[in-house]
Design a protein around this ligand. Structure first.
Ligand code: A3P
Length: 328
């Protein structure tokens, strides 16, 4: 029986924090590097990630959304939830109308194993209906072995790094000011530099994306790799890929009745953003529910990122993606 009980002692966490490599993000925010990826020191996330790594037990039927922050997680959660549960509710009674997507697909290393949980969570993970839907920001290599060893499936969403940086900047400004004080006034250049240096929570970004990309090529039935930009361009086609991947393809009748488009519309940012449930309240005590729905556009970076920065990113992408076949 799985439980969310504590299996990682505070002493061990403190010892690790002392001994692990450290860096300052924005010259202020302390990060530690564990198994190749960065964690913010002044949050519970490091501890709860260890708990997730050591205690989670995957089921073959589990479906796990994986992502780097700000790459379209909320959207993919809504889409996956809608596809998997589409026979359970008439579309005008979708739980998406009354719950934020983050309340329907729990984040393993934070919601399930963390304490900052605002909404009712199951005491036992086994209480969740099958297939269980989860989310994680952990990199593929740092996922618990049970996820890799079982037949559970992973759906990864990736996004152009420049749009990811801009989205990240808008999302974290307020919470960062809460931690670092009001005189903390970072510029886009600050975000850009730290991002490129990999110094960002869950980063380095490029390692995160390339790991999942390689897994999706090596194990196409295990890892589905989706791009935010492809979803924007042809959401219907991409949603059909999702449905097939999770073993619930749309039937010809559903397709002819417009069921795919109906789900796409339900999960569109314009629809979700206008729902009362997504306008007020917070997620994990610090993030306004509405802050997960900003613009939802491809190429919004061009309003903030200078041509010089864009040119640098282009070179960095060429270097980091060389030989992988991956591009944005
Ligand atoms: P922008 O800040 O560029 O608008 P995440 O869910 O991983 O935190 O990513 C958030 C980004 O996805 C934000 O991007 C947000 O606006 C966008 N987003 C949220 N819901 C969306 C949806 N239903 N469709 C498209 N984009 C969405």
């Amino acid at each position: 029986e799985e439980e969310t009980r504590v299996v990682v002692s505070d002493e061990e966490v403190e010892q690790l924090k002392q001994s692990l490599p450290k860096e300052l993000s924005f010259g202020k925010l302390e990060l530690i590097k564990y198994q190749g990826f960065w964690y913010a020191v002044d949050t519970d996330l490091f501890k709860t990630s260890l708990m997730f790594q050591r205690h989670f037990s995957a089921k073959d039927s589990d479906l796990i959304v994986a992502s780097f922050p700000k790459t379209g997680t909320t959207w993919l959660k809504a889409l996956l939830y809608s596809v998997v549960n589409r026979f359970k509710h008439p579309s005008n009674q979708s739980p998406l109308l009354t719950h934020h997507p983050h309340e329907l697909v729990y984040r393993l290393e934070n919601d399930i194993y963390g304490e900052a949980f605002e909404y009712p969570r199951p005491h036992h993970l086994s209480e969740l209906p099958s297939p269980r839907l989860f989310h994680t920001h952990l990199s593929f290599t740092t996922l618990p072995e049970t996820i890799k060893a079982s037949r559970c499936r992973v759906l990864y969403i990736a996004r152009n790094p420049l749009d990811t940086i801009v989205s990240f900047m808008f999302f974290v400004l307020k919470p960062l000011k809460m931690i670092l004080g009001d005189d903390f006034q970072p510029t886009i250049q600050d975000f850009f530099e730290d991002f490129c240096a990999g110094k960002i929570c869950h980063g380095p970004f490029f390692d995160h994306v390339v790991e999942y990309w390689k897994q999706s090529l090596e194990q196409p039935n295990k890892v589905l790799f989706l791009k935010y930009e492809d979803l924007k361009e042809d959401p219907t086609f991409q949603l059909k890929r999702v449905a097939e991947f999770v073993g619930m393809p749309f039937s010809c009748i559903e397709e002819s009745e417009g069921a795919v488009e109906e789900l796409v519309e339900m999960c569109s940012i314009n629809n979700l953003k206008e729902l009362e449930v997504n306008k007020t309240g917070v997620i994990n005590k610090i993030h306004d529910k509405k802050s997960y729905f900003r613009k939802g556009e491809v190429g919004d970076w061009s309003h903030y990122i200078t041509p010089t920065m864009a040119e640098r990113m282009k070179k960095l992408m060429e270097e980091k993606f060389e030989g992988t076949g991956l591009s944005f």
